[in-house]
Design a protein around this ligand. Structure first.
Ligand code: ADP
Ligand code: ADP
Ligand code: ZN
Ligand code: ZN
Length: 852
């Protein structure tokens, strides 16, 4: 047993008692974790914190819950897995709030996610001011997602597509036969429509612009669909047939509304103008719903307002006597109205406390960052009325400015005060310090970790010498031997600058920003201040467009990214496509950059066929090495034989996946190792070929750290492996499927892939919170790597909250002062020392403390 409970805290009732946990790298862990407390799970990345908190405790709670529900209900719930553990006692039900990107459904919004929209609709239904003679509406009528509420014109979508002669016929000098009607389908269908027009007596050989007006109008816009007997042109063998005519307009609108094919719909979009629906002004609601007001506004107006503004409007209505005088536009002063408003306001206040006041209820969830999503979920749980459950959270501080950490702790304390346990996997020591209890896992990652080094009140960790966490919680403590050394801060002075002048997008209004070239810059500011807008959107787009002027910007977003193999990842992530583009008046200094790379946290692949070894390219070297062995040569096996993605060497039962899906009917999404290859992915003949005693499947099972030694003689692989270790990924297995990697791990793999090809250059690297998921010890490794990129002549710009990174930057651009409309300005810019002294920067006091 590897527990060390603090003296005097004999576990008893009130503890979750874990015995013999062996999930992933856990080494037969016994640990007692208190309930009704805030417990922080700490340890370097890969040490096993998540395997304990999520993989064991949460997974077991969920498994028990599933056992308790009827089998027919069970299949509706995503099947959890059975953790490797001997016994857990004292385990209440658990709720996991992990960081996930918003569901790509564009109809889900801040309001629907938090259920605030339901309350607001109820308020309008029950307590709104209706026009005289108007009937009261059901609350459903205030939702564009219901039959009762949807705008009759746009069906609740809020956007309307209009076609004009100009959008349908881009080149009026062409004849119909030459393809004037670009919006028509291609191939046979297009010829069919043309032949119908010939049958109907239209001239298809005159340039479009010379056709009579009525003919052009009918061909493009008619709603009629005459069916005529068509004799195919040219093709003398084909028989006459009955053909139905579609005008270009009906064809395009029909395709947009009903086509199952994404690519056909995308093509059709090229021939329409999209804009807010003129009937509902983009709200998706009916005129009757829009006529109802609360505090003098329609529900559509309140939906677009930042939560801060919404709260300001609602607060006065709760003052005694408010609304009683009907002259003031308020709410109907009924008891129901007051109760509804009070509840709504209380829930909005929680979001304000969590620093989310800049969001509006109508904001689509795909545009939110994972940190914003998680905080919305936490706030929603606060009001759920659940008690006696364990909340398991994954780095709730991700994306939070230090100024917002304190309110987060208060909200976690409220969850506890309502009778729950709060377990957080956390790297932010300011949050860890505020926990009641800490479970430190380690000492190292992967096979070097997996033990509980300490479980007890925070202060006791000061005595645990093999903990890497200790020195970061107690800065006076001596450095652990296993911690990487802090890098002395080299001061670099920028010589050149890239200037964006007059930037306008979201809350940035005519901002001028200068980014130094050839140094490490941190862009800081509270959540919602405009950091991502400035860096990930405006700067990225501007540089991309300048480097690839010939490529449409929406396409260009995938051109330079190292992960463009999986370009469709961009779809869910750039909902900005419908937004107006950023405006930048002028860009200067672009000649200093010849390549742009975004190192982001998007997955590196979506199928288990993509893994660490294939993504980094090191698997090519491994396959070549196996093909060069004597056995392989004598049998005529080439490198392709050692791929699990093509027939030949792979197991044909599972087609190289290593697992097969089982029980399709009862347990959807449940997999078991392939019975034919036992999960190895290869057929027995392939596995007979060995290199230094290991088969190709064995090599995929090695961790990066193990492979460093094993593949030392394979230079191409050794280089990759060295960089992977340097970014702190030594614990990952080579065959680790892309689907099992966290966002932070994916980002570090991309970084390693870049470092491996790094040459002296003029590349600009943009990173968004690279320390996400990293222990402070790992942040040191990361900083050393970023330093290497800069020293090679490149420019690195990070959007950052982590003060260790900000302090180590050469330059800081601090946005603010607050979020949303109260932000969007550059408050301070300069070296970290200079910004730390700025009187109006919210980052300054925290940075000053860190630099002290
Ligand atoms: P932490 O949360 O401390 O970063 P994890 O619990 O995620 O660490 O990982 C601990 C170890 O288990 C690592 O070596 C990791 O590679 C491994 N691991 C994590 N998830 C899986 C999985 N699904 N399958 C196999 N190994 C895994
Ligand atoms: P930060 O990165 O500093 O947290 P953001 O750049 O994400 O800030 O946000 C700045 C402002 O722009 C906020 O008011 C935010 O609500 C708004 N905003 C950001 N993205 C979008 C979007 N896709 N649609 C509408 N508003 C947005
Ligand atoms: Zn409409
Ligand atoms: Zn198989």
């Amino acid at each position: 047993a590897s527990t060390r409970n603090a003296p005097g805290t004999a576990p008893s009732a009130g503890f979750v008692q874990v015995r013999g946990a062996r999930e992933n790298n856990l080494r037969d862990v016994d640990v007692d974790v208190p309930r009704d407390a805030i417990v922080a799970f700490t340890g370097v990345s890969g040490s096993g914190k998540s395997s304990l908190a999520f993989g064991t405790i949460f997974a077991e709670a969920q498994r028990r819950f599933l056992e308790s529900v009827a089998p027919y209900a069970r299949r509706l719930i995503q099947q959890g897995h059975t953790p490797q553990v001997d016994e857990i006692t004292g385990l209440p039900p658990a709720v996991a709030l992990q960081q996930r990107r918003g569901a790509p459904s564009s109809r889900s919004s801040v309001g629907t996610l938090t259920t605030l929209s339901n309350s607001l609709r109820m308020l309008y239904s029950r307590a709104g001011l209706y026009p005289t003679d108007a009937q009261r509406l059901e609350s459903d009528s205030f939702s564009p997602n219901t039959v009762a509420g949807a705008c009759p014109r746009c069906h609740g979508l809020g956007t309307a597509h209009t076609v004009t002669e100009a959008t349908l016929v881009p080149d009026v000098t062409l004849s119909i036969r030459e393809g004037a009607i670009a919006a028509w389908p291609g191939a046979w269908q297009g010829k069919n429509l043309r032949d119908i027009l010939i049958t109907l007596g239209y001239d298809v050989d005159t340039p479009w612009q010379s056709l009579p007006h009525e003919a052009r109008d009918w061909i493009l816009f008619t709603a009629e669909q005459p069916v005529v007997e068509v004799t195919p042109q040219r093709d003398r063998i084909a028989k006459p047939y009955q053909g139905r005519f579609w005008s270009a307009k009906s064809y395009v609108l029909h395709t947009l509304a009903d086509s199952k094919s994404q690519s056909q719909r995308e093509r059709a979009l090229r021939f329409v103008e999209s804009g807010p629906c003129p009937v509902c002004d983009g709200s998706g609601l009916t005129p009757a719903a829009l006529a109802v007001t609360v505090v003098g506004r329609s529900i559509a107006e309140l939906n677009l307002m930042p939560l801060t503004g919404l709260a300001e409007l609602l607060r006065p209505t709760l003052r005694p006597g408010a609304g009683a005088q009907t002259a003031e536009p308020g709410i109907e002063p009924t008891d129901a109205a007051v109760t509804l408003t009070r509840d709504l306001l209380a829930r909005i206040e929680v979001l304000l406390e969590l620093g989310l006041g800049y969001l509006s209820l109508g904001r689509a969830t795909p545009t939110l960052s994972p940190g914003e999503m998680q905080r919305l979920r936490i706030a929603t749980q606060l009001r759920s009325g659940l008690f006696g459950v364990i909340y398991v959270l994954d780095e709730p501080s991700a994306g939070l400015h230090p100024a917002d950490a304190e309110p987060l702790v208060l909200v976690l304390e409220q969850l506890k005060a309502s009778g729950n346990s709060v377990f957080v996997v956390e790297h932010n020591m300011d949050i860890v310090r505020r926990a009641d209890w800490v479970v430190d896992v380690g000492p190292l990652a992967g096979a070097g970790g997996g033990a509980v080094l300490y479980s007890g009140p925070i202060s006791g960790l000061a005595e645990v010498t093999d903990s890497v966490t200790r020195q970061f919680l107690f800065p006076a403590a001596p450095e652990s031997e296993s911690a990487p050394e802090a890098q002395p801060a080299a001061v670099r002075t920028p010589a050149r600058w890239l200037g964006l002048h007059g930037v306008t997008r979201h809350n940035l209004q005519g901002v001028d920003a200068s980014f130094p070239i050839g140094v490490l810059t941190a862009v800081t500011g509270v959540s919602g201040s405009g950091k991502s807008t400035l860096v990930s959107q405006v700067l990225a787009d501007a540089v991309r467009l300048a480097l690839h002027p010939d490529v449409d910007a929406s396409v260009a977003s995938t051109v330079t990214a190292p992960d463009d193999a999986d370009g469709d990842d961009d779809l869910g992530d750039s909902p900005g496509a419908q937004e107006p583009r950023a405006r930048v008046d002028r860009i200067t200094g672009l000649e200093a950059v010849d390549r742009l790379v975004r190192v982001d946290q998007k997955p590196i692949g979506r199928t288990p066929r993509s893994n660490l070894a294939t993504y980094t390219g090191l698997f090519d070297a491994v396959r070549a090495t196996f093909a060069a062995t004597e056995t392989a040569r004598s049998r005529g096996y080439g490198a392709g034989r050692f791929s699990f993605n093509v027939p030949g060497g792979r197991c044909e039962t599972c087609l190289g996946e290593g697992s097969v899906s089982v029980g399709l009917l009862f347990l959807p999404g449940s997999y078991t190792p392939c019975p034919a290859c036992q999960g190895s992915r290869y057929n027995p003949e392939t596995l007979e070929v060995t290199y230094r005693g290991k088969s190709v499947a064995d090599v995929l099972g090695l961790s990066v750290a193990e492979a460093v030694g094993f593949l030392a003689d394979v230079p191409a692989a050794a280089r990759s492996l060295a960089t992977l270790s340097e970014v702190g990924l030594g614990y990952l297995r080579l065959g680790q499927p892309a689907t099992e990697l966290s966002g932070g791990e994916a980002q570090r793999i991309k970084l390693a892939t870049e470092l491996q090809r790094a040459r002296r250059g003029h590349t600009m690297y943009l990173l968004d919170e690279p320390p996400t998921g990293l222990h402070p010890a790992d942040v040191r490794l990361l900083l050393a790597q970023l330093g290497r990129l800069v020293d090679a002549g490149n420019t690195v710009i990070v959007v950052e909250h982590n003060l260790d990174v900000v302090a180590a930057a050469d330059w800081v651009i601090d946005l603010g002062p607050a979020g949303g409309d109260a932000g969007g300005r550059i408050v301070a810019t300069g070296t970290p020392d200079a910004v730390a002294r700025h009187p109006h920067s919210r980052t300054a006091p925290y940075l000053a403390r860190r630099l002290a």
